[in-house]
Design a protein around this ligand. Structure first.
Ligand SMILES: Cc1ncc(C[n+]2csc(CCOP(=O)(O)OP(=O)(O)O)c2C)c(N)n1
Length: 75
């Protein structure tokens, strides 16, 4: 679970349900501010959808218009 590869832009996984969207917003904001064409992708399960931090992160992503996508795994 706790894997990361900074060279490939993989910032790491974490054990917190709904933890990835807030991190992805920060990563996307970094891309926006530094002028790259990279997109931050947050992977999470459907259980993360009812987490407040997930909604807050998606709201912030829209307000800031950052290059971010949320990939939802429904298994
Ligand atoms: C904030 C938080 N609450 C509870 C847990 C305990 N927990 C670990 S996995 C899990 C279920 C996750 O379900 P889902 O997001 O649908 O992912 P799935 O593993 O089913 O793909 C829960 C509640 C946790 N890790 N983090």
């Amino acid at each position: 679970m706790h894997i990361a590869d900074m060279d490939k832009g993989m910032l790491g996984a974490n054990a917190i349900v709904g933890g990835s969207p807030p991190l992805a917003v920060g990563a996307a904001l970094t891309q926006q501010l530094t002028g790259t064409d990279r997109v931050a992708v947050a992977f999470s399960g459907d259980g993360a959808s009812n987490q407040g931090k997930t909604m807050e992160a998606m709201n912030m992503a829209v307000i800031l218009q950052v290059p971010m996508a949320r990939l939802l795994a429904r298994c």
